[in-house]
Ligand binder design. Structure first.
Ligand code: KIV
Length: 273
């Protein structure tokens, strides 16, 4: 593991994200869904905190991201924003709040910005959401795109396998990336595609490409915090690097607590009034 000392404590803006990519500084992005975790992650100098709709999986226990509602995303996002001093906070527009209707997309994005004080929104898809991207931007709201494996379309694809391994799909993916850039997205998340395709996208675009399972040649990386901290123990795809076994640590701590209570070791004389 390499060592890097974060010294720049300036607030991260959309402009600074673009500048980082321009000067070749990699962008570090992680998800968070609540105040306490966001506060810790922000203090550790992450550049972007994503309030992902993966909250549906890791916070609510749903098998897909589809059930989470706009109100639930707003609850998570406003909790995160209260814990953040430096990072750029981006919030996922949940399934069913922007697809196929740019006016609804704008209304959903405005609700998120107004009710959470987050800094930007993210949505999944290429050509089919370009009109929504432009309309949201017309209200002054920065938009991050999301291509490759787009979990909100799981019922169309049927699996979470690597995307765009065939030439046709790779070509469409690159076209979609250019459409999102032209529509005004400030960055694109690229999920689970071959590293060389991701490299080509990062080279062709002027906006940053932030990968998850998209290899090392892109402008930044994003992971789900519950996955990289080892809280979500069942999920272990090849692209995931686990930095902690927090799930096991938590279970050990709880086992000790239960034992202390059962054996009347807790509380002791000093722990009472
Ligand atoms: O919802 C989410 O956590 C995401 C990341 C996987 C990029 O979209």
């Amino acid at each position: 593991m390499s060592s890097y000392k974060a010294e720049d404590r300036r607030i991260v803006t959309v402009q600074r994200i673009k500048e980082m990519a321009e000067r070749g500084e990699k962008i570090a992005m992680l998800t968070a869904y609540d105040y306490s975790m966001a506060k810790l992650i922000d203090a550790a100098a992450v550049d972007i905190i994503l309030v992902g709709d993966s909250a549906a999986n890791v916070m609510a226990g749903y098998p897909t991201t589809l059930p989470i509602t706009l109100n639930e995303m707003i609850y998570h996002a406003s909790s995160v924003v209260r814990g953040v001093k430096r990072a750029l906070v981006v919030v996922d527009l949940p399934f069913g709040t922007y697809q196929g209707n740019s006016k609804e997309a704008l209304c959903s994005a405005i609700r998120i910005m107004k009710e959470t004080s987050a800094h930007a929104v993210k949505l999944e898809g290429g050509k089919q959401v370009a009109e929504s991207v432009a309309r949201i931007l017309s209200a002054g709201i920065p938009v991050m795109g999301h291509l490759g494996l787009t979990p909100q379309s799981i019922n169309k694809f049927g699996t979470y396998v690597v995307r765009a391994t065939e030439e046709d799909e790779a070509k469409t993916l690159l076209q979609d990336a250019h459409i999102l850039e032209d529509a005004g997205c400030f960055a694109i998340v690229l999920e689970k595609v071959p590293a060389l395709l991701a490299k080509r996208m990062a080279e062709e675009l002027t906006i940053p490409v932030i990968g998850i399972g998209a290899g090392k040649y892109v402008d930044g990386q994003v992971l789900v915090c519950h996955d990289m901290l080892g809280i979500n123990e069942e999920f272990s795809p090849r692209f995931l690097r686990r930095y902690l076994s927090l799930g096991q640590e938590i279970k050990n701590a709880v086992l000790s607590y239960v034992s202390d209570v059962k054996t009347c070791d807790f509380p002791n004389e000093k722990e009472q009034y």
